[in-house]
Design a protein around this ligand. Structure first.
Ligand SMILES: NC(=O)c1ccc[n+]([C@@H]2O[C@H](COP(=O)([O-])OP(=O)(O)OC[C@H]3O[C@@H](n4cnc5c(N)ncnc54)[C@H](O)[C@@H]3O)[C@@H](O)[C@H]2O)c1
Length: 342
């Protein structure tokens, strides 16, 4: 089978991970690496058959290029992706899809009109842990989802072009988009952020989203934490789940724990609720590198001319929440309604 030829645009921190995975995956090759800094592109092609360029036109004019993977700063995603789509190339774009909803919508429309694949690299949705969580939730094991609570904090790289929400929240928003059961969606968002360093945008942030089933999702994103924490708790009416991504030997734990309101009038006089605690199960997690699955999904979507698991529309839903988070912060944390029916 002919390999799918994917050029990589942007070879800073994340681009080389894409290049490595696209090169290692048997169904894809990397014909070009493009970066506005030619020396960066040249460094990134070491030990690969790819050519380096600082001119994206070299890539887009090459008829042998089937698709591009865009790993440039967020503000450049829309123009690069649109140029690639206009040249007839399939596009895998890093999170966040774009910087404005209008740009994101234009990208989705363009790809759909041209019959080209537009995929968002929502990497976490391809991890064994998140796939297991999605499986546990969709099996009904947890019951009704009551809350999602995430802590995503570390001493992070303070970015000049985006705030901590645009950097880290796409992970939680894309995970939620992926794992929430059919019919359960965030209906609004309220966010608070702080810029204690005076860099011009928040480095510490909190956001909450009421869910359509009466539950709530909450996340803490922070570049100013002395230690790295990546824990998420998902509470259900039947069971509860803890995901600690920094604990490779037991990333996901499912607790047979629940709390129920006591119906019986007589018994209620003694206690309002009853607590049930049973066994804890740590399911086996497939630790295949997530980007290997991202690359496999992008190439399969191109070959099969189908919508990928994390398509442009999922990127657009994440983008809509990020934009609403900005609006909420600009109005002292007020609750901004969300319409994520896409
Ligand atoms: N999926 C993930 O988990 C994950 C992790 C890290 C970063 N990212 C995303 O990857 C993207 C890149 O992040 P990064 O940390 O690698 O940034 P970076 O600044 O390290 O690298 C960006 C590179 O793009 C190049 N560049 C800028 N504009 C360009 C243009 N118009 N054409 C070609 N090259 C251009 C720069 O020279 C630089 O080398 C961002 O969108 C970020 O959100 C995703």
């Amino acid at each position: 089978m002919e390999p799918v030829r994917i050029a990589v645009i942007g070879a800073g921190y994340w681009g080389p991970n894409l290049i490595r995975n696209l090169t290692a995956f048997p169904g894809t090759t990397v014909p070009w690496v493009c970066d506005t800094s030619l020396s960066t592109a040249e460094r990134a092609i070491t030990n690969t058959p790819a050519r380096a360029t600082s001119n994206i036109d070299d890539v887009l004019a090459d008829p042998d290029v089937h698709g591009v993977a865009v790993a440039t700063p967020a503000g450049t995603h829309a123009s690069i992706a649109q140029a690639a789509l206009a040249a007839g190339k399939h596009v895998l774009v890093e999170k966040p899809l774009a910087r404005t909803v209008a740009d994101g919508e234009a990208m989705v429309q363009m790809a759909e009109d041209a019959g080209l694949v537009l995929m968002t690299d929502h990497t976490f949705c391809y991890t064994g842990a998140v796939q297991k969580i999605a499986e546990v939730i969709s099996s009904g094991d947890l019951g009704d989802i009551q809350y999602y609570d995430s802590v995503r904090i570390n001493l992070g790289l303070i970015q000049s072009d985006i705030d901590v929400f645009w950097d880290l929240a796409p992970h939680d928003l894309s995970i939620l988009d992926f794992i929430l059961p059919e019919g359960v969606r965030p209906v609004a968002v309220s966010a608070h952020g702080a810029d204690p360093l005076g860099v011009g945008h928040p480095c510490v942030g909190f956001f909450s989203m009421p869910l359509s089933n009466g539950g709530i999702a909450h996340a803490h994103v922070n570049w100013l934490s002395p230690t790295k924490v990546r824990t998420t708790t998902v509470g259900g009416s039947k069971k509860m789940l803890l995901w600690d991504d920094l604990r490779p030997s037991q990333r996901v734990s499912v607790f047979d724990t629940s709390v129920e309101v006591i119906d019986d009038e007589q018994a209620r006089r003694r206690a309002f609720v009853s607590y049930r605690t049973g066994e804890m199960v740590a399911p086996v997690i497939d630790d295949t590198e997530a980007l290997q699955r991202v690359v496999a999904e992008f190439s399969a979507a191109i070959r099969e001319r189908r919508v990928p698991l994390t398509d442009g529309r999922s990127g657009l839903r994440v983008l809509k929440v990020l934009t609403a988070i900005q609006q909420s912060m600009a109005s002292d944390g007020s609750l901004i309604p969300l319409d994520l029916e896409l």
